[in-house]
Design a protein around this ligand. Structure first.
Ligand code: FMN
Length: 195
C-alpha cells in the first residue's frame, strides 16, 4: 500500500561529492553537492544541479570545468564544513586539507578522495535560480585500491565507504545515520579535521 505525500516529505537518497574549482586568483575552492547524477550519451556523463548564487557556480560558469570528489566517511566532517560555509567567505579555504591539480584539466582535486571526476561542462540548462550542468567526464582519478577488478564489488564498498544523505541526514555506507547537516562539529562548535 502506498500513500500520496507532499513533495517536501521527499525520500531521496543522494551520494555526496565535493566540487573543486579554482577561483579568479588561482586558489582552490571546494563546496559540497548532492544533486548529482549520471546520464548516458555515447558515454557515461554527469549532470550537476546548483541552486542560488555560490562561489562554485560562478567558477563553473567561468571556467566550464570542475572536479567532483566522492565523499567518504573519512571526508564527511570536511564535507559538512564545505557545505555550510560560503565560498564568498574569504576564510573558507583556511583549513588543513591536501589538494593537488587534476591530471587532464586544471581543476583542484582532494588527495584523500578515492574517486574523482575531472569534468568539463558540455551544456547548461538555466532554470529559475538553478543551473543544471551537463558534463563530459574527461578523466577519472581512482585510488590504487579500486583500480583492479574486484572479486566482489562489496569489497570496494567496504574500502571506499561512500556517504549518502536523505533529507538533512547523513548515512554511512551500510545505512546507519552519522548526524545531520551542519552538526558535525566538536563540543566547542568547531570543525576539527586534518585531511
Ligand atoms: C550535504 C550537503 C549537500 C549539498 N548539496 C547541494 C546541491 O546539490 N546543490 C546546491 O546548490 N547546494 C548544495 N549544498 C549547499 C552548498 O554546499 C553550500 O551553499 C556551500 O556553501 C557552497 O559553497 P561555495 O560558495 O564555496 O560554492 C549542499 C550542502 C550540504 C551540507
Amino acid at each position: 500500500m502506498k500513500k500520496s505525500l507532499p513533495l517536501i516529505r521527499h525520500f531521496c537518497p543522494l551520494t555526496l561529492f565535493l566540487y573543486g574549482t579554482y577561483k579568479e586568483n588561482g586558489t582552490p575552492n571546494f563546496g559540497t553537492f548532492s544533486w548529482f547524477n549520471y546520464y548516458f550519451d555515447n558515454e557515461v556523463s554527469v549532470m550537476a544541479c546548483i541552486a542560488g548564487e555560490k562561489q562554485t557556480k560562478d567558477r563553473i560558469r567561468a571556467t566550464k570545468t570542475f572536479s567532483a570528489n566522492l565523499v567518504t566517511e573519512e571526508l564527511l566532517p570536511l564535507a559538512d564544513y564545505f557545505g555550510n560555509v560560503s565560498g564568498y567567505d574569504i576564510n573558507k579555504m583556511n583549513v588543513s586539507v591536501e589538494i593537488e591539480t587534476g591530471c587532464v584539466l586544471n581543476v583542484p582535486v582532494l588527495v584523500k578522495s578515492p574517486w574523482v571526476y575531472e569534468l568539463e561542462v558540455d551544456r547548461t540548462l538555466k532554470f529559475d535560480g538553478s543551473d543544471l550542468f551537463f558534463c563530459k567526464v574527461k578523466n577519472v582519478l581512482a585510488d590504487e585500491s579500486i583500480v583492479d577488478e574486484p572479486e566482489n564489488v562489496e569489497s570496494w564498498m567496504n574500502l571506499i565507504r561512500p556517504v549518502q544523505s536523505v533529507r538533512q541526514c547523513y548515512f554511512n555506507w551500510n545505512g546507519a545515520t552519522i548526524g545531520n547537516f551542519g552538526e558535525l562539529k566538536d563540543s566547542w562548535g568547531r570543525y576539527d579535521f586534518v585531511i
